[in-house]
Design a binder for this molecule. Structure first.
Ligand SMILES: [Zn+2]
Length: 193
């Protein structure tokens, strides 16, 4: 039986690189994948999964209202080689969309691999991640490290002067803020370095 998988981490751990590698592994064996990225992720232009090490591939962009089940069911009709569904920035999924991903794995028999952050810069779970953590059948942590050498599990938002920001919109678009992955201790103390 195909499963729903959740690959989670803090920021800048290489999730998109993992995703693109998975897509490549299918492609190498003559199979196809369907790839999704949120419209909110405008870092490198929409409709592309882009990794920090320079790889990128076109993807279908989704918003809050997007119906994953309908889209994938139709895509499979048109292309019998599709064997896997991949989602980047899966923290931005809505609860109903995570339910659709479960249905894709069960009713369409396709594995769904979702890649995302567990928590936002305030330490709160994103909606998509909350339900992926609850419902995914397999979970894998993609590890990255804090400046102290411990595993980084949290993300701090830092302004252009290096000050830690503790409140604001969950998703900031087009600002001068940056994000730093840290261990829980340095998250609580607010020490990005
Ligand atoms: Zn630390």
């Amino acid at each position: 039986m195909a499963k729903l998988y959740f690959y989670y981490s803090a920021m800048n751990a290489g999730k998109s690189t993992w995703l693109l590698q998975s897509a490549y592994n299918y492609q190498e064996r003559g199979m196809a994948t369907v790839m999704f990225v949120p419209t909110i992720d405008a870092r490198f232009g929409t409709g592309k999964v882009t990794s920090r090490i320079g790889l990128s591939r076109d993807a279908v962009s989704f918003d809050d209202k997007f119906d994953f089940f309908a889209h994938v069911a139709k895509a499979v009709e048109g292309n019998g080689k599709i064997r896997c569904v991949l989602i980047d920035e899966a923290q931005f999924l809505r609860k109903a969309q995570v339910e659709q991903l479960k249905r894709i794995s069960i009713e369409l028999g396709l594995p769904v691999l979702a890649y995302g952050l567990r928590t936002d810069f305030m330490g709160e779970p994103f909606e998509g991640s909350k339900y992926l953590l609850a419902w995914a059948e397999e979970m894998t942590e993609i590890k990255t490290i804090c400046h102290c050498g411990r595993k980084a599990t949290m993300t701090l938002r830092v302004d252009d002067k290096g000050r830690v920001l503790r409140s604001g919109e969950q998703v900031q678009i087009g600002g001068n803020e940056s994000y730093v992955s840290v261990c829980y201790g340095h998250f609580v103390k607010g020490q990005p370095q």
